[in-house]
Write a protein that binds this ligand. Structure first.
Ligand code: NAD
Length: 328
């Protein structure tokens, strides 16, 4: 049964994870349970699925509650940690659901901060590298304010996250809540949805099918990709600290989208050609985290190489397709 984590004289025995049935949230629930923390997962399955936490359902310290955190949040009993991860996160999702995205970043953040206040719990907000927009500073340190177009299509996500950072900071400064902000950079790995529109699952699916890989623009735009195990370790290091952040959590290993596509073709042994499609509006040209703060404050740095992480992810997608095919 759960016994929890003791950190800075404080015991973390019970955590609430919003968006816990999503990609990152499900890994967080798993890791918290492994550390002996009881987990209440709140999710409305907008972009996540109960299937992501099916393997945890029999765990005596895990509870899944269907709930839209933009409406209200109510969790009976003590809570030591609130991780607010609910939000559509892939461009395909938030462009399709702009109002839901703005609501969960604003009202969802308000409600979950209220829960942390009520329970005297540590609070961690999942923010994003998208707060830097199309950056004019490279790599991006936390004290860079960003270059975001509030009325562009991506503004619904970027501004929701910027607002949620401001609200979290206000609860810390005016209400004395123990809050932390993590700015997560592109993360990949098992349990991403194959059709969520993000480049890695899209390229892997196309390569495994033998279809052309659809690289946006000329593929010279860069991203820095972090394997999920590293990201989750960084988030939990932040959760079990008293740091306010914001802290960048990402892998500084930067690569062009064209190189990423070529790499996935190699790793899958595919004969797919590479094709080019239009660049999305306001697509950032470069993206790389400055991780000095995470190293200094949390002693965290990514450990999984992109080659190893991509290999593991390709293997997971291939095994999943095999299982689906066998199931008919
Ligand atoms: P995801 O879509 O897989 O997970 C989000 C989860 O939130 C889903 O399970 C969804 O059903 C749930 N959700 C959405 N709205 C909700 C609501 N109103 N009430 C309750 N649940 C709701 O996305 P992800 O990649 O796991 O991202 C999780 C968090 O991390 C998001 O806040 C995202 O902005 C942030 N983030 C992720 C990345 C990344 O690379 N994956 C990068 C930066 C930031």
């Amino acid at each position: 049964m759960a016994h929890g984590v003791v950190w800075s004289g404080r015991e973390i025995s019970r955590a609430v994870v919003t968006g816990g049935a999503g990609f990152l949230g499900s890994h967080l629930c798993e890791q918290l349970l492994d550390r002996g923390v009881e987990v209440v997962c709140l999710d409305n399955f907008l972009t996540g699925s109960p299937g992501n936490v099916l393997h945890l359902m029999e765990h005596p310290a895990f509870r899944l509650v269907r709930c839209d955190v933009s409406d209200f949040v109510h969790v009976p009993g003590p809570v030591d940690l609130v991780l607010h991860f609910a939000s559509p996160a892939s461009p395909l999702d938030y462009l399709r659901m702009p109002i839901e995205t703005l609501k969960v970043g604003s009202l969802g953040t308000l409600h979950t901060l209220g829960l942390a206040k009520d329970k005297d719990a540590r609070y961690v907000l999942a923010s994003t590298s998208e707060v830097y927009g199309d950056p004019l500073v490279h790599p991006q340190p936390e004290d860079y304010w960003g270059n975001v177009n509030p009325v562009g299509p991506r503004g619904v996500y970027d501004e929701a996250k910027r607002f949620s950072e401001a609200l979290t900071t206000a609860y810390r400064t005016s209400q004395g809540i123990d809050t932390g902000i993590v700015r997560i950079f592109n993360t990949y790995g098992p349990r991403m949805r194959p059709d969520d529109g993000r480049a890695i699952p899209a390229f892997i699916g196309q390569a495994l099918d033998g279809r052309p890989l659809t690289v946006a623009g000329d593929g010279s735009q860069t991203r820095s990709i972090c394997y999920v195990d590293d990201t989750v370790r960084g988030i939990l290091a932040m959760a079990f600290s008293t740091e306010a952040g914001p802290v960048n959590i990402g892998n500084p290993d930067e690569l062009s989208m064209l190189r990423l596509a070529e790499w996935i073709v190699e790793l899958t042994g595919s004969e797919s050609p590479i094709g080019f499609i239009d660049l999305p509006v306001d697509d950032p040209k470069v993206r790389r985290p400055d991780t000095a703060r995470a190293e200094r404050l949390l002693g965290w740095r990514p450990e999984v190489s992109s080659e190893d992480g991509l290999r593991r992810t390709v293997a997971w997608f291939a095994a999943r397709r095999g299982a689906n095919a066998r199931a008919g």
